[in-house]
Design a protein around this ligand. Structure first.
Ligand code: MSP
Length: 522
């Protein structure tokens, strides 16, 4: 039995509605989680909202409401988005939930018991936008002398009594971790950036605040709430049963466990420096990998509320379709790099890949069978070289190349392989021309159609992690039972049993109607 598989997204600040960047992260994570389930793994997939901290408190104050009210409202939008985008998460965590407060207090006490927390006074730069402290040496001057963080966000001088975490003591252990687990930080470009940062020396980290109270209370220290990143990072443990559910922890957060955090490139430092140091301090297992994906840009430009180019994922899903959006985001952007989206690019990719390459293949083959064979599935009469060649390619694509790519967190590579197999099927149908065989060689026509039927069903299974609703609808239509929809079952000779059963193929409806570019984008 293979190991359980734990995968998480970052938890989003619910200080506004979700944007396309949030959708992108959760869609990519969903595809990997679905893939691992199809490999027969016991998967735990968590996403959610990061509700504490100054940013939430200030946004709520600006709207004249309580932070909890703001969090309730916005977390609702994140949940609705996940449902709409067909996200298969096992838990949506909100950091305001009681079990999360207990987990955060437990990790705090474990770090304290290890001698890593001490009371002091913080004097330094803080960015509310990033909820991050910065060293003097990292601050740059922007226009008009404003002080900016390395992320280009404004910082303010902050002085307050605070608990500190002895991060400086973890430099060597962190460097040893990056060395012994070279894949801990992915992709490699992000790894180098973090290595340089840690090699440069680490300052102790301020981990509590006294100037506001919207957070998890520091145990035994009145007036202190935890620095929001301490509780935010702990969300991953909460979902795995920390601190009370030992069985669940052994299953999903074990030493040497297969635990992956999918996050954006802007928060790699928190996940690969602070987080492993907290875990080491609390004597808890470390994740296997942190993958920092790139940013989505609107036609190459950074999205920002002030420019007004922040795309609403729900609007895009309504305009183009959920699977079209999922497919576009996962195929267009090499996971790890930045990528751009635009209405034309979504329309173009959906029409060419989903509509022409895959949809038409299914449509042509299935309508031919429905019409000319009255929906009864054709028999296989031997195998030609062309048939075996196609099966060999499908086998390699679906059983080797695609699983390797998904396991490697490279959905665009998996999709490329899938698309090449779709092209090969299109070449096969054109070369074999079953419509011509109908008059000359009915047996060969049957074999060709049966070959295509198998190919289409297997291609639909293989692409389920990316376009779950459309691929499921097609497989339902084709009569493939649910137990056959796994990577393991592909190639399991399910076809003859289905062809000999009383299943009758109904006339198909086009899966991916052609998208037109709305006038305002043309
Ligand atoms: N709350 C923190 C994460 C805490 S995790 C313990 C946070 N929240 S966020 O709402 O600002 O971002 C949530 C995720 O969305 C992050 O992984 C972030 O990198 C990602 N993205 C935000 N904007 C993005 C794009 N434009 N494109 C792709 N991902 C982006 O950070």
């Amino acid at each position: 039995m293979s190991k359980p598989f734990t995968i998480t997204t970052a938890i989003s600040y619910p200080n506004g509605r979700p944007h396309i960047g949030h959708a992108y992260e959760v869609i990519a994570t969903d595809a990997v989680a679905r893939f691992q389930r199809m490999m027969g793994r016991d998967v735990f997939f968590q996403t959610g909202t990061d509700e504490h901290g100054l940013k939430m408190a200030q946004t709520a104050r600006g709207r004249g409401i309580e932070p909890r009210e703001l969090a309730d409202e916005m977390a609702g939008y994140f949940k609705v988005m996940n449902e709409r985008l067909n996200i298969s998460h096992d838990r949506f965590i909100r950091t305001s939930e009681p079990d999360h407060h207990s987990a955060s207090q437990a990790i705090w006490q474990a770090m304290e018991a290890n001698g890593d927390l001490y009371l002091g006074r913080y004097e330094g730069w803080y960015s509310v936008r990033d909820e991050a402290f910065y060293d003097e040496k990292e601050i740059v001057e922007g226009e008009g002398g404003v002080k900016l963080s390395p992320q280009n966000t404004p910082v303010e001088w902050t002085v307050e009594e605070s608990w500190f975490f002895r991060l400086s003591a973890y430099q060597d252990r962190l460097l040893a971790l990056y060395e012994s687990q070279p894949d801990f930080i992915q992709p490699d470009s992000r790894r180098n950036e973090i290595l340089r940062f840690v090699e440069g020396g680490l300052s102790d980290l301020s981990v509590s605040r006294t100037s506001f109270d919207w957070g998890v209370k520091v145990p035994g220290s009145d007036g202190h709430v935890m620095y929001v990143w301490v509780d935010a990072l702990t969300n991953y443990l909460t979902g795995c049963g920390y601190p009370d559910d030992a069985d669940r922890m052994a299953r999903y957060w074990a030493e040497g466990g297969d635990i992956t955090h999918i996050i954006g490139k802007d928060i790699v430092r928190f996940h690969t420096v602070y987080w492993p140091a907290f875990l080491m301090s609390a004597k808890l297992p470390l994740p296997k990998q942190v993958f920092g994906h790139g940013f989505l840009l609107n036609r190459g430009e950074k999205m920002s509320k002030s420019v007004g180019n922040v795309a609403d994922p729900m609007e895009l899903a309504d305009r183009f379709g959920v699977d079209q959006l999922r497919y576009f985001l996962l195929s267009e952007v090499t996971f790890g790099n930045d990528g751009s989206y635009s209405a034309e690019a979504i329309v173009q990719r959906s029409n060419s890949d989903l509509g022409n390459a895959f949809g038409n293949l299914a449509q042509r083959t299935l309508s031919f069978i429905a019409k000319n064979l009255n929906g009864s599935l054709p028999a296989i009469h031997g195998q030609d070289a062309a048939d075996s060649e196609l099966f060999a390619l499908l086998d390699k694509t679906i059983r080797t190349d695609m699983p390797a790519a998904f396991a490697d967190l490279a959905p665009s590579v998996a999709i490329e392989a899938w698309l090449r197999a779709c092209f090969a099927c299109n070449q096969y149908i054109d070369a074999q021309a079953p419509w011509a065989l109908r008059k000359t060689d009915a047996a060969r026509m049957e074999t060709v159609l049966a070959t295509l039927y198998i190919a289409i069903a297997e291609l639909a299974v293989a692409i389920l992690p990316v376009i779950p609703a459309s691929a499921t609808a097609l497989l339902d239509h084709m009569g493939l039972s649910a137990d056959k929809r796994t990577y393991a079952a592909i190639g399991s000779h399910w076809y003859s049993a289905l062809a000999e059963s009383d299943f009758v193929l109904a006339a198909p409806k086009p899966l991916f109607p052609r998208l037109e570019l709305p006038a305002e984008d043309a």
